[in-house]
Design a protein around this ligand. Sequence first.
Ligand code: TIU
Length: 235
Amino acid sequence: MTMRFEAEPYPLESEPDCTALLIIDMQRDFVEPGGFGEMLGNDVSLLRSTIEPCRRVLDAARRAGLTVIHTREGHRPDLTDAPPSKLRRGGLEVGIGDKGPMGRVLVRGEYGHDIIPELAPLQSEPVIDKPGKGAFYETDLDLILKNRGIRTLIVGGVTTEVCVHTTVREANDRGYECLVLSDCVGSYFPEFQRVALEMIKAQGGIFGWVADSREAVRVLGQARSPVGARETPAA
Ligand code: TIU
């Protein structure tokens, strides 16, 4: 069965077994106080409105049997995969690799680095640990998507103009079609949120489509991947 999302700038069609939900960097370090987001000087409460819409779409995607993939931005404990330029950036008092209230900032295995419990991955859902802003850079995301025959990505997560944009642009150049859900992505800057969404869908959808969680849940509610749910969540 073909899914048809009413989106901007025009409807997007895809097959459930060729479509994945990609949830980007919904980590404590970005959405909870005391993490990397706050250390950069941001009000992290602005991102928290994305949690409920992401949870509803995640639930619908799991029920429809879609591939679900999560990403986390962060580094090895020895920071050997962190470019010195990234470590220096911002001249932060407490920055990447330093000890903060939620453990070492943006370091894999630390409390702050992990995905928030509301959106915790199932065992069957790949988690991509990425050193950069884009989820394709120096990761096996492209390989996983190709092996699953995925061509369309439904995208949520944070932040809209940084890791979401970078990932969607990378995906677009690799031939994937991306549907970004406006209320499932968030920015620390309201004006960036608005403009970042405009940029995606301008010029005939120059690198993607935009819809919202309601539309995604509506369409996914009628869909079922022939591959079937790989792991059914507890009701
Ligand atoms: N600072 C900011 O807006 N974002 C990031 O550093 N990473 C992600 O977007 N995940």
